[in-house]
Design a protein. Structure first.
Length: 367
């Protein structure tokens, strides 16, 4: 591995040939290394990546993995994935060779995470994402097996308890939020429509149709690295039209009327999520209700619709779920009372039937 010194700059550089994925021979030069061994390590890692061998470092595999998914994920999802890799995977696995990472390494990493007290659902997410990276290496870079498969997963796919507010709790909370403010309108939209926070933040004035009492979900908002990013909604089914109650139309009309020199492309709520997080925490404390997340307004709306007796199909359409199974899997535990009500009605029908049969029998016995 030839390494050269740049006498003018006092640094090292490497220059070598390699064969790319098309079979073409190319030259690679990389400058600016303070130490000779750093230049040698770069060349070794680069060639291992190019050759696709499991002897590459985990950090090299991660670069290949991110390059592969970069065009397939939304910016917000990609940013989240990169941050997890940087914070949770590379500090532990980064300098290990891929083929030397064993199930024992995975178990040790898992135990360290468990000791840090993360939520069960977050632990499962971290575990699953790491396994995905190793599956990528198995499929495309000749890794013999995925060490996560033997180590097993940690955490839980679903939280033990889903947090949401009842109508009474929400009524107590919204009383604490000043009227005629962006936060008041925002909380009203979240609770009475069930839209995602990113969908609400992306709403423009043109998305509101007060005449037909609807709003259109066509995009999503994220704040990534101090930049406002507008993307497609989470799924195709997320693109939808939501019908609005009269009182919400009135509040929307009053809010738009207060906006200066308003245009259809102007954001309806030109602020960040932190405004809502601040007032959510403050309002919940003043109202004396349990603390929930912004996303839990979505669960609160779903539980309200279930309580009002609406079908899972209608709820799935309103929430923008990809399929009805997603709705049932997420909210099936909210239906027990309805099951009890169903049994009660069936029993009443049975009693009515028995009474009818008895009356018919008695009539038949009369001379």
């Amino acid at each position: 591995m030839p390494v050269y010194k740049d006498e003018q700059r006092g640094t090292f550089f490497c220059s070598f040939y390699y064969t790319d994925w098309t079979g073409e021979k190319k030259k690679k030069t990389k400058r600016g290394f303070k130490l000779k061994r750093d230049a040698q390590a770069f060349e070794r890692s680069f060639l291992e990546q190019t050759q696709g061998e499991p002897t590459m470092l985990f950090s090299a595999l991660v670069e290949l993995y991110l390059a592969d998914i970069r065009t397939r994920l939304k910016p917000s999802t990609l940013y989240g994935r990169e941050k997890i890799i940087q914070d949770k995977y590379l500090p532990f696995f980064g300098k290990l060779r891929l083929d030397q990472i064993t199930p024992a390494h995975i178990r040790k990493w898992q135990n360290e995470l468990i000791e840090q007290g993360f939520k069960e659902t977050y632990l499962r997410s971290l575990s699953t994402s790491l396994s995905t990276i190793f599956n990528f290496a198995v499929r495309y870079y000749n890794l013999r097996e995925n060490p996560c498969a033997k180590a097993g997963h940690i955490g839980k796919m679903k939280a033990d308890e889903m947090l949401f507010w009842t109508r009474q709790e929400y009524a107590q909370f919204i009383k604490q939020i000043e009227e005629n403010t962006m936060q008041h309108l925002g909380f009203q939209l979240l609770y009475w429509t069930g839209m995602r926070i990113g969908e609400m933040m992306a709403l423009t004035v043109g998305d509101i149709d007060l005449r037909n009492k609807t709003l259109s979900i066509t995009k999503s908002y994220q704040r990534i690295q101090k930049q406002d990013v507008i993307t497609e909604p989470k799924t195709q089914k997320s693109k939808r039209v939501i019908f609005l109650p009269d009182f919400l139309c009135v509040e929307l009309a009053e809010h738009i009327a207060r906006m200066y020199d308003v245009k259809p492309t102007d954001r309806l709520l030109p602020c960040g999520k932190m405004l809502f997080r601040y007032h959510l925490e403050l309002g919940a404390e003043r109202a004396g209700v349990k603390r929930i997340r912004l996303h839990d307004f979505r669960h609160s709306h779903a539980s309200l619709l279930i309580e009002l007796g609406f079908s899972p199909l209608l709820i799935a359409e309103r929430l923008g779920h990809e399929n009805i199974e997603r709705t049932l899997n997420t909210y099936s535990h909210l239906y027990p009372n309805k099951q009890a009500e169903l049994i009660e009605k069936l029993e009443k029908l049975d009693i009515q039937h028995r009474i009818s049969v008895m009356k018919q029998t008695e009539e038949a016995r009369k001379p």
